[in-house]
Design a protein. Structure first.
Length: 245
């Protein structure tokens, strides 16, 4: 027969383990506890946070599924496992979580840790985009513009990029500017392209700085060089090459 003190110590040790602690909390409380651990900034607590998120995920908590997926995707507090992260993103996406729809859609579009599934990727990204997810709008618009993972469709590219640009997304503004500069799916308009590049450049997008420099070089050579210098300082290879000529 074990001494009462021995039993108490064993119980305390068990409760101190992350998985035991997670099992004692409801899914919503487990998510809240994990959030607190992550916010503390203590790297040593990340494994416990992951255990809490995973326990919550198994209990059906959407943010437990999403945050556990994030940690697995990044390899933060747990060994990186993007295939497993895709499963958890999928569970959260099935509960209509727009960020999970975006993340899983992007993984499936690019074949990031999973086999590419372009048609499912489009469905997920569109679902997130229609809920106002700015990055889902950008990524889907860019995918239609590039025509690599999915067939090129400039009309759809413009539709999604405009939605992201309305939320002042610098990359969407840049891509729309390129469409107007090059006449891709829209009448070529240097004036419209310049305005869009200006809006992206204000956000210190290095590629927009280079694109804007190209638009104004003939009339504003001094400013164009200043823009290239700024982009080059950010590590932009095109700007560096242009300044070296």
């Amino acid at each position: 027969m074990k001494h009462p003190l021995t039993i108490a110590l064993m119980s305390l040790a068990l409760a101190a383990t992350p998985f035991a602690a997670a099992a004692q909390l409801s899914p919503l409380k487990a998510v809240a506890a994990a959030d607190d651990l992550v916010k503390s900034g203590d790297a040593a607590s990340l494994d416990e946070a992951f255990a809490l998120y995973l326990s919550a995920a198994e209990g059906g908590a959407v943010w437990g599924q999403y945050n556990a997926a994030e940690m697995l995707y990044e390899g933060r507090g747990v060994a990186q496992d993007r295939a497993r992260s895709a499963e958890l993103y999928g569970q959260a996406a099935d509960q209509d979580n727009l960020w999970a729809q975006y993340k899983l859609g992007l993984m499936l579009m690019k074949g990031d840790g999973v086999a590419p599934q372009p048609s499912r990727a489009v469905t997920l990204l569109d679902a997130a985009a229609m809920k106002g997810n700015i990055w889902a709008n950008y990524e889907l618009g860019d995918a239609y513009l590039q025509g690599q993972a999915i067939p090129r469709d400039l009309t759809r590219a413009k539709f999604y990029l405009e939605r992201a640009a309305e939320q002042n997304n610098a990359w969407a503004l840049l891509r729309l500017g390129e469409m107007y500069r090059d006449g891709l799916g829209v009448p070529a308009s240097p004036a419209d392209a310049t305005v869009l590049f200006e809006q992206a450049a204000v956000q210190k997008n290095a590629f927009a700085l280079v694109a804007l420099a190209g638009m104004i070089a003939a009339k504003e050579a001094t400013r164009a060089r200043a823009l290239l210098t700024e982009a080059a300082a950010m590590g932009n290879a095109e700007a560096q090459a242009a300044l070296a000529e």
